[in-house]
Design a protein around this ligand. Structure first.
Ligand code: NI
Length: 390
């Protein structure tokens, strides 16, 4: 596999960065040590650094030649609230926090590319290395966009990459159009007068109302949405009650909707409210419905996707770049950046899934073998999208 030789030379160093980050994971917006490591490392390469965008976000800027064009490359830095069970030497030293999604690897790969590009400057224009906080659940990507990421660091396109267990080492996967689903998390709070369990007629029952809502919500996909649209609605939390003989005064339901067509947000909003309000009225309870930090689908634009495929093929060989992968119903807050600027998000193979250990597993570990593959992809992308004049 033709990874860039110079990048292969410092593979061991990238591995040290990755393992150090893995041993010191930090959760959403708390990535202080990680951000400091990223900023200091970039500065060590002679790259101009801006800290503190969206709290702990870091942007490195590297210019070469006289070209006015600019692109952004983005990595995520945050970890998950998981107790690590890998047993490896570089396992998390922060109890209950773990890099179980490989963001440690994403950060190390982008730092590797920054090092190579700063050394060689074999491109014409500007590259912004975007290290974002809080990808998991807390919308750090949205915060960066709202805090003026693309006004302060204008780019014609923005690129993202995620490791993909199940895709072989040395392979890439991508598609034009949506690649990751929207994630519309929602919450329903049902309140009632409650009652003695033996005398329910003296009050109202939010548990029975919740049961009816859970059943009715299942019909949104089967009866309300177009059967040809991909859509999942899952109820994932049900909280209520304290003991055997009290009908509680409150029940909370939470869940998530996953889909690819942005216009489905309106349909879901209408359908969920209709079900919640209608059933609440039927049962004589009060129900409040709201979305929580919804994330749009990650939609790949045609031009940047073609550029990403070209760069990936230079590293992995044409036959190892899958151009028409089925999009994932998982979500990715890079969707906020892709909604603001055209771009491409692609998957880099992390190797086979063994014993069911995939992303977000307490036994997952990023595959260090792919560090030079990812860093080479980023570097080739910059060199081909911003070519130096002959
Ligand atoms: Ni992730």
């Amino acid at each position: 596999m033709p990874v860039i030789n110079r990048i292969a030379d410092f593979h061991a160093e990238m591995k040290c960065w990755r393992r150090d980050l893995h041993a010191h994971p930090e959760m959403a917006f708390g990535e202080r040590r990680t951000a400091d490591f990223v900023a200091t490392t970039l500065e060590g390469f002679g790259i101009e650094v801006r800290r503190g965008l969206a709290g702990t976000g870091v942007v490195g800027t590297l210019r070469a030649g006289s070209g006015k064009r600019a692109i952004g490359l983005r990595a995520d830095m945050d970890a998950l609230p998981i107790h690590e069970k890998t047993g490896c030497a570089h396992a998390s030293t922060h109890d209950g926090v773990m890099h179980a999604c490989g963001h440690d690897g994403h950060t190390a790969m982008l730092l590797g590319a920054a090092r190579y590009l700063a050394e060689t400057r074999n491109f014409d224009g500007t590259v912004h290395f975007i290290f974002q906080p809080a990808e998991e659940n807390e919308c750090g990507g949205q915060k960066m966009v709202e805090d003026g990421l693309f006004e302060q660091f204008p780019v014609e396109a923005v690129y993202g990459m995620h490791n993909w267990p199940g895709l072989p080492v040395g392979a890439f996967g991508v598609c034009t159009g949506p690649i990751m689903a929207a994630d519309d998390k929602f919450e329903i709070t049902i309140t009632s007068r409650g009652a003695h369990a033996a005398m329910p007629h003296l009050g109202d029952d939010p548990i029975v109302a919740a049961g009816a809502m859970i059943g009715a919500i299942q019909t949104i996909v089967s009866r309300t949405a177009d059967p040809q649209d991909e859509l999942v609605v899952s109820i994932t939390q049900l909280h209520g009650g304290s003991t055997w003989n009290i009908v509680p005064e409150e029940v909370v339901l939470r869940g998530t909707c996953r889909y690819f067509k942005p216009e489905l947000r309106r349909l879901l909003d209408g359908a969920l409210r209709r079900v919640v309000e209608g059933i609440a009225a039927t049962h004589g309870v009060v129900a409040a419905f709201s979305f929580y930090k919804p994330i749009p689908p990650a939609v790949n634009a045609e031009g940047p996707t073609a550029a990403a495929i070209r760069a990936a093929a230079m590293v992995a060989g044409d036959e190892n770049v899958r151009r028409d992968v089925a999009p994932s119903m998982g979500c990715e807050d890079f969707g906020f950046m892709l909604a603001a600027r055209p771009g491409c998000y692609l998957w880099i193979g992390n190797g086979p899934i063994r014993d069911g250990v995939g992303l977000h597993s307490s036994r997952y570990d990023f595959n260090d073998e792919i560090l030079p593959v990812g860093a080479s992809y980023w570097s080739k992308l910059v060199e081909t999208v911003l070519p130096r004049g002959i």
